[in-house]
Design a binder for this molecule. Structure first.
Ligand code: DGY
Length: 324
């Protein structure tokens, strides 16, 4: 253990350039083979008197966990933009700084949302299945048809950085974009999208609906039987935000009844063990919570988390502080 290097514990293996930097400039336990639990992170942190914890949503620090953060810890740097796995106020109240990794992942998350929209609308799951089985028969002109994406009306719930990036991309598909957000954005941030103060007024117009808001007790099950029923028949639903936003029973019922054409989901409630009914839905295209999973973005996230740890131990201003 070096006395000069900042002592950190990371809950998960990070991209190689980040691991290389950790090896050369930080004092850290060996690279975790599998994501560590909160208990394992705390045990290592106590053992090594760690100053910084790098965690993701696999290692939640909530409720009674907060009191168990070892006293040596001065910063919890989550390698995510989402904060739902952290009890931020309680951690800050202990005098421990909290940082996240906004901005660097905006574009990749928005790219993934567009991919989910297209995948669900264009039946990528069914086509992939056909190709996996060797193709072998010519599809009839009316067989397994998708729905057109270009020119559709897209509703975005949550017009933060990622929602805005999706709106920008949707313009390239000649979509009409609507959004619901607590407050109306400045016109330059709207990217031509139309604000709806009331979600219920927006939903009947959304041929495609995409969620880009944080998951928390207030937003839990925002998408439920009632809100889904307001969507037009044949709508496509996309969630690249948080699973808790959706009542999955209601989502499955809306798919089974044909009210929804399909769904694209990067997140679900019981990660990493999705409801098997969702996996079995013929037109639910799912990815395993990989909104930020590109070489460039995950590297930038890891580097930003390390920069925040360094700033904290050197008593400099944090780059991306989280406030309560
Ligand atoms: C994020 O950055 O919040 C991603 O969803 C990973 O948790």
């Amino acid at each position: 253990m070096s006395v000069n290097r900042p002592r950190i514990v990371r809950s998960v293996r990070l991209p190689q350039p980040v691991e290389d930097r950790i090896a050369s400039a930080f004092d850290a336990p060996p690279v975790p083979e599998t994501p560590l639990s909160t208990d394992e992170v705390f045990r290592l942190a106590a053992e090594r008197k760690a100053e910084g914890l790098l965690v993701t949503h696999h290692a939640a620090i909530r409720g009674a966990d907060v009191a168990r953060i070892p006293d040596s810890v001065r910063i919890v740097a989550t390698v995510s933009v989402g904060l739902d796995h952290l009890d931020v106020k309680a951690i800050l109240d202990r005098g421990i700084a909290v940082t996240n990794t906004p901005d660097v992942l905006t574009d990749c998350n928005a790219d993934l949302a567009m991919m989910l929209i297209i995948a669900a609308a264009r039946r990528v799951k069914a086509y992939t299945e056909i190709m996996r089985n060797g193709w072998g028969h010519t599809l009839a002109m009316d067989e397994l048809l998708g729905v057109r994406v270009s020119g559709k009306t897209l509703g975005i719930i949550g017009m933060g950085r990622i929602g805005q990036a999706v709106a920008k991309r949707a313009k390239g598909f000649d979509m009409k974009v609507l959004y619901h957000n607590r407050r109306r954005l400045d016109p330059q941030d709207e990217h031509g999208a139309t604000w709806f103060a009331d979600l219920r007024d927006m939903l009947p117009h959304c041929q495609i609906l995409s969620l880009h808001l944080p998951g928390n007790p207030e937003s839990a099950s925002l998408i439920n039987a009632e809100t889904l029923a307001l969507l037009p028949k044949g709508a496509v639903f996309v969630n690249a935000a948080r699973g808790v936003l959706v009542d999955e029973d209601a989502l499955i019922a809306a798919l089974d009844s044909g009210h929804l054409f399909g769904a694209g989901l990067d997140v679900c409630r019981n990660e990493p063990n999705p409801d098997p009914r969702l996996l079995a839905e013929p037109n639910v295209f799912m990815t395993p919570h990989v909104g930020s999973a590109t070489i460039e973005t995950r590297t930038a996230m890891g580097m930003l988390a390390l920069d925040n740890v360094l700033a904290r131990v050197e008593n400099r201003p944090l780059l991306t502080p989280v406030t309560a």
